[in-house]
Design a protein around this ligand. Structure first.
Ligand SMILES: *Cc1c(COP(=O)(O)O)cnc(C)c1O
Length: 392
């Protein structure tokens, strides 16, 4: 129970689970297939239809999806992966799993996505030194699509492959087209972690405009094994026969998770509408406070995974974060520049590499935003924020 001294805590993000979700999971638990069953294909087909892709491959997490995408795109030792400094570590780790060399691109001061100018500049330099990237992972940060037209043009000019880490952007649109089916992205990746737009507990998904790439990740998610008669290289020895044709993994999703995802997908428009309404409400309620509200690029339609505000300086951010926490409002910071992590510093990265991402990191704070956040809770967040700012 909530009381004045002990209010109900408000996290920055959380899942919305209803009775239909629970019934869907229960039905799987009472059925024949807990994994590798028909719920997975149903979830894949429904998601593909939703984003306007020809197919999908569901896996155990977005991290697994990113890893498989990198392998399918031929990443390995001697190859290079670039990504934005302002992302979760998984967008970079996928390159390291493959033994590729990493580098980071600075962010745009307004969208906080990878900066097209910074990328172009870095590509020009890399062309001169023969160190162009093989794969670029662009992240639709906070749910806002990157400048995909510009990325597509640079891809053609410099010949790299593109992965859309759309972990934040399930349901977002770019120039009217749903993220997940943007043709410039060789792979698009979703996350179904509980703080994201839709959840399966843990889970991820891959889309690709190239059916052969999608087939490759399908095989890699289950040990590189196939039973497909047309694909077998040795004579089929009977019903038990299968072949491992590449070194894969167990990155399968379960039917329990897929059923939850399918049930959640039925409410996607409700989730997105509520997130957008809350973001619009924050825009209004914060208008007179000394904070910078998130800017939206024309032509994009964000899924509003996050609502990151910018504060005056690092000290203000620290004060506000702590003050809200004392009132059981748990904001979060997205993100510490990836290469600041000690495990990346070991690779030779140092502070100063991406000044814009570093300045942004020092001042940013993600306010609570999720589909089941109600107006009264949001008011409580804004009042606490206003109070904290008056103390600065
Ligand atoms: C959440 C997230 C991931 C990882 O997702 P998992 O499903 O937890 O593996 C990757 N990239 C970004 C940008 C994310 O926010």
């Amino acid at each position: 129970m909530a009381d004045e001294a002990n209010p109900i805590s408000i996290p920055y993000g959380r899942q919305s689970i209803d009775d239909d979700d629970i019934a869907a999971v229960e039905a799987v638990l009472r059925g024949d297939w807990l994994t590798s069953g028909p719920s997975i294909e149903r979830f894949e087909q429904a998601m593909a239809e939703y984003v306007g892709a020809s197919g999908a491959c569901a896996v155990s997490s977005a991290t697994a999806a990113l890893h498989l995408a990198c392998i399918a795109l031929g990443l390995g030792p001697g190859k290079r992966l670039w990504t934005t400094a302002n992302t979760f570590v998984a967008s970079a780790n996928c390159g390291r799993y493959c033994g590729a060399e990493l580098d980071f691109v600075d962010i745009d001061a307004r969208s906080y996505c990878l900066s097209i100018d910074a990328l172009r500049h870095k590509l020009e330099q890399a062309e001169r030194t023969g160190t162009l990237p093989d794969v670029v992972v662009a992240v639709d940060f906070a749910g806002q699509p990157c400048d995909w037209a510009a990325l597509a043009a640079l891809k053609v000019r410099y010949g790299f492959r593109l992965i859309d880490d759309a972990s934040h952007a399930v349901g977002a649109r770019y120039q009217g087209q749903r993220v997940g089916s943007l043709p410039a992205a060789d792979f698009s990746v979703f996350s179904f972690h509980p703080v994201k737009i839709l959840t399966t507990g843990e889970g991820g998904m891959l889309f690709s405009p190239d059916p052969a790439l999608l087939e490759a990740v399908r095989m890699l998610r289950t040990h590189g094994i196939t039973r497909e008669p047309a694909l077998l290289t040795r004579p089929d020895e009977g019903g038990w026969y299968y072949e491992q044709q590449a070194l894969g993994f167990n990155y399968r999703i379960t039917d329990i998770q897929a059923a939850l995802g399918l049930s959640q997908l039925a409410r996607i428009e409700t989730f997105l509408a509520r997130r957008r309404a809350l973001a619009a409400r924050y825009d209004e309620l914060l208008a007179d406070l000394p904070v910078q509200r998130p800017w939206q690029m024309p032509g994009g339609e964000s899924a509003y995974h996050l609502y990151p505000i910018l504060l005056a300086d690092a000290a203000t951010r620290r004060h506000v974060y702590d003050a809200l926490r004392r009132e059981a409002i748990y904001c979060q910071v997205h993100y510490i520049p990836v290469y600041w992590q000690p495990d990346f510093a070991k690779l030779g990265f140092a502070e100063g590499l991406c000044p814009q991402a570093e300045d942004y990191y020092r001042r940013t704070l993600s306010l609570p935003l999720f589909a089941s956040l109600d107006d009264a809770q949001q008011d409580r967040v804004v009042e606490a924020l206003a109070r904290a700012l008056r103390e600065c």
